[in-house]
Ligand binder design. Structure first.
Ligand code: ATP
Length: 876
């Protein structure tokens, strides 16, 4: 996320740097009402959008814009979607250490059998650094975004460890008489139930948080004096059709169902006004005596959950399951827990003090699948369903956010889920959230939207842009109509004016003729006549001015009248919408947006210039930070043009030339690699002598990560057809091949990619007839490495090399020595397109065909022994 700030190299979303900016982005239930205070807040520096939003709310205009397609109400509501809120929570929570009342961990599920096959050639979409409590979300070959969590649990984390870091502190506080909540949140199939609900019947090490919590609680209570009771509930959103004839009138209901007695599906929540305790009259509460009875109860609840969901034709991932454990313990109290008069007595008296009753409640929540909430962008029926399902998650997100901010007010009223959790959110209670994610690169988007705030921000910006364009179109239309009316009015005025002038002229001519006929040249009379005409003309001009002013006045009055009408019918939908109010508001919005965009553009240009100037700073630390920021910006395509325009590419190349620090050199090379993804930048890099600088760095750098970046940059340049000859003549291929001395797989993979890119261009040039003769790659000695690595065990390297080989062989650029590898690739390569390319290559070359006939190579089952392969390569 290029806009993100750095803290020790770790990104944080820009608007989450401080809690106040976070607050301003997260709409609380209060902020949606336009109180005088919030208006004042809007006036004192909130964004333009916030101001317009408040204006709209003030007018009560949650109405459709003109044609009714886009609705401001929906747009603003989007901001409060659970995605937004939950993501805010993740990132926000992740940017703080133990937040007192909330702790957030992320857990990665191992690849499942299907992913092991389907994603065999691809890396996971995330990379975890558990010791640094960091998670890297891959963006591309070069770059990733890094996030911090309170705990990062890899695919190898045992259930025991997960329990210890996520739930144990909460269970301990429950045993001390406090309330606590443990929740799991993530996409379906990422392991929420595995983390919370595994029973571990056959393998005790697989027991999940629920079973382990109960074990800990049972081990710490005394059966004679203490008690444990349990309820197991499901919070379901289901579709209800109150009137079967009116088929579209579905309602989505939030209901609480007893999983220990499923017939009981309308449980209400009661809150003790004095103590604030939440209770659920009617819910089954069972005493737990031992672990076995608890496991049986969980089994029963799970069976009922499955049955209930099957009956309603829903999936488990659509409901939230809540296990509530009430613990009552009788313990000797601490001194400060007794009335003052008994506190200072002797220890003998102290021993006679009655025991204290400690009541704690643990709630374990298996939340609905997070992909449900991502569907809130869908339309119609799905949108309604998603909105309803989202309600509780959205409300939950807001509450967790309030807890994370240590806010005195936690907005629990908004949903049943949060009302249920109310007394576990207050005061001293603790909350632990485990975010479960899957490794598959195919689900990167889902995973990203779970952990990546910028993604949502982008969607939000796109939405604003879409609405802006739509609004602009409609305003233009309305303006056209308005201009037509005005034009007519103006024409009428002009006609009247011309008419008057014409009349005056006629009168003048008649008078002239009259005087001429009379033969009397009476100067005095003529002068009088002229003066009269002048006055008449002046009067006409005044009248015209007055008429124009009148039109203007009428227009203003019409606007005022329309506004008043809008106030009188705030909820009247399309019928009560005066066009002019909309036009005025939309004008306001567009002007504001344009102004904001221009300001932003200006700010970003200033920022860019400033950052680039810091690359020259005398302070090495400043230089390092500046180059990090530039590299980070260069990762976003949208920024690349600005960087190059502002001279950033030249500065980065200068940093390579003026080598002084490995970190700077590594990061600068990474930034150049990112810029080198763009074709026009590739030419600039070459023009500014970039290949020589990269080759120089390739020759003397030792750090594999620096070499990876340099190899990546050259590999990108290798993919440009126009630069082939120059790249080779300036030592690009030799530099690439020289880097294989570092055996790091990341470096080798970039080298292989560069070779494949170059071979592809050569092959293309040959087939287009733009070049002839031996391959430049082979002339520079790439072949032995290619053949050696055609069967490299790292799939990414292998795939690139296989591709290179096929391209080179296609045009007989190498002799029959490639035959064995091509035969193998045509059979064994995991990618169908490369297999097909190899088959085509073999079939289309008469040399290969003849060689195959001579060696009697069958179509199937041939495998060249490595020794023979080396020998053959040597022969070539
Ligand atoms: N950490 C893990 N180690 C091994 N297997 C796992 C792990 N996490 C999940 N799995 C397996 O992945 C599959 C899906 O897990 P699970 O049912 O817990 O996902 P879920 O998020 O609860 O899905 P849903 O929302 O649909 O209920 C299961 O087969 C489970 O055994």
């Amino acid at each position: 996320m290029a806009t993100g700030g750095y803290r020790n190299g770790v990104q944080k979303p820009p608007n989450l740097r401080t809690s106040s900016s976070f607050k301003s982005k997260l709409p609380s239930s209060n902020s949606r009402r336009s109180t005088p205070a919030s208006l004042a807040a809007a006036d004192s520096g909130c964004s333009f959008i916030a101001k317009v939003r408040l204006i709209l709310e003030r007018f009560g205009l949650l109405l459709r814009i003109l044609g009714g397609k886009c609705c401001w109400g929906a747009t603003w509501r989007k901001d409060t979607s659970p995605v937004a809120t939950m993501i805010h929570v993740h990132i926000y929570c992740s940017s703080w250490k133990w937040l007192g009342r909330v702790r957030v961990a992320v857990r990665l599920r191992p690849r499942n059998a299907e992913e092991l096959v389907a994603d065999a050639d691809f890396a996971d979409c995330v990379e975890l650094q558990p010791e640094l409590k960091r998670l890297k979300l891959r963006k591309n070959n070069w770059d990733s975004d890094t996030y911090e969590f309170d705990e990062v649990l890899t695919e190898f984390a045992s259930q025991k460890r997960v329990y210890e870091v996520v739930a144990k502190p909460v269970v301990e506080s429950v045993l001390d008489g406090y309330n606590g909540t443990v929740m799991a949140y993530g996409q379906t199939g990422t392991g929420k139930t595995y983390t919370l609900g595994r029973l571990g019947d056959e393998d005790t090490s697989a027991r999940g948080i629920m079973v382990r919590s109960m074990e800990d609680i049972l081990a710490n209570i005394s059966p004679e004096t203490d008690s444990i009771s349990v309820s197991y509930l499901q919070l379901e959103n289901f579709e209800k059709c109150p009137n079967s004839e009116v088929w579209f009138m579905q309602l989505y209901m939030e209901t609480i169902q007893d999983l220990l007695n499923p017939a009981n599906d309308n449980i209400s929540i009661v809150e003790d006004q004095k103590t604030g305790d939440v209770s659920l009259p009617g819910a089954t509460i069972l005493e737990i005596r031992d672990q076995q009875s608890f496991v049986e109860l969980l089994r029963l609840g799970e069976a009922h959950r499955i049955a209930a969901n099957t009956k309603l034709n829903t999936e488990s991932s659509r409901s939230h399951a809540l296990l509530m454990v009430h613990v009552k313990r009788s313990v000797p109290g601490r001194d400060d827990e007794y009335p003052l008069e008994t506190q200072n007595r002797s220890s003998l008296v102290g021993n006679l003090r009655p025991p204290m009753l400690r009541k704690g409640k643990l709630i374990v929540v298996d939340l609905a699948g997070s992909e449900r909430i991502h569907k809130s962008g869908s339309e119609g029926h799905m949108l309604e369903e998603a909105k309803s399902i989202n309600l509780s998650l959205s409300a939950l997100g807001k509450c967790i956010n309030a807890l994370a901010e240590n806010s005195s007010h936690v907005p629990v009223r908004d949903s049943k889920l949060t009302r249920l959790l109310k007394d576990s959110f207050g005061g001293t209670s603790r909350t632990s959230l485990v975010v479960t994610i899957g490794p598959s690169p195919r689900h990167r988007a889902e995973t990203a939207s779970t952990i990546l705030f910028g993604q949502r921000q982008k969607v939000y910006e796109n939405e604003i842009e879409r609405i802006r364009l739509e609004a602009q179109k409609r305003v233009a239309e309305a303006e056209r109509n308005y201009v037509e009316v005005l034009e007519e009015e103006k024409m009428k005025c002009q006609m009247d004016y011309m008419e008057s002038i014409k009349k005056l002229e006629e009168k003048w001519t008649v008078n002239q003729q009259k005087h001429a006929m009379n033969g009397e040249v009476h100067i005095g009379a003529v002068n009088e006549e002229v003066a009269e005409l002048k006055t008449m003309l002046q009067n006409e001009t005044r009248l015209r001015k007055a008429a124009e002013e009148e039109i203007q006045k009428l227009k203003t009055q019409l606007l005022k009248f329309s506004k008043m009408e809008a106030r009188s019918y705030p909820d009247s939908g399309n019928s009560g919408n005066p066009l002019l109010v909309w036009i005025a508001l939309l004008h306001l919005i567009i002007c504001g947006l344009e102004k904001e965009a221009m300001e932003k553009e200006h700010q970003s240009q200033t920022f860019m210039n400033k950052i680039l100037s810091l690359l020259e700073s005398e302070d090495a630390n400043v230089r390092i930070h500046a180059v990090k920021v530039v590299a980070n910006l260069a990762a976003e395509e949208a920024n690349q043009e600005k960087i190059v325009e502002a001279g950033g590419l030249t500065s980065l190349l200068m940093l390579l030339r003026r080598y002084e620090d490995e970190t700077i050199r590594r990061i600068a090379a990474g930034a150049i690699a990112n810029l080198a993804m763009n074709e026009s930048n590739q030419e600039l890099i070459m023009a500014q002598g970039g290949i020589c600088l990269l080759a120089m760095t390739a020759a003397d750098a030792e750090d594999p990560q620096t070499l990876r970046m340099v190899a990546g940059a050259i590999a990108n340049l290798c993919g440009n057809d126009k630069l082939q000859t120059r790249l080779r003549s300036e030592g690009g291929i030799k530099a690439l091949l020289g880097m294989v001395r570092c055996r790091h797989p990341d470096v080798l993979s970039q080298v292989a990619r560069g070779i494949a890119n170059f071979a592809k261009c050569e092959s293309r040039a040959s087939s287009q007839g733009t070049r002839e003769g031996r391959s430049l790659l082979i002339e520079d000695g790439a072949l032995p490495w290619i053949v050696q690595n055609a069967n490299n065990e790292a799939s990414l390297i292998r795939r690139h090399v296989e591709l290179a080989l096929c391209h080179l062989a296609q045009h007989d650029m190498i002799s029959g020595g490639a035959l064995w590898e091509l035969v193998r690739i045509s059979r064994d390569c995991s990618r169908e397109d490369i297999r097909a390319l190899a088959r085509r290559t073999l079939a289309s070359s008469s040399t290969f065909q003849a060689e195959m006939r001579r060696l009697r190579i069958e179509q199937k089952g041939f495998r060249m022994p490595p020794a023979a392969l080396r020998e053959l390569c040597h022969e070539m």
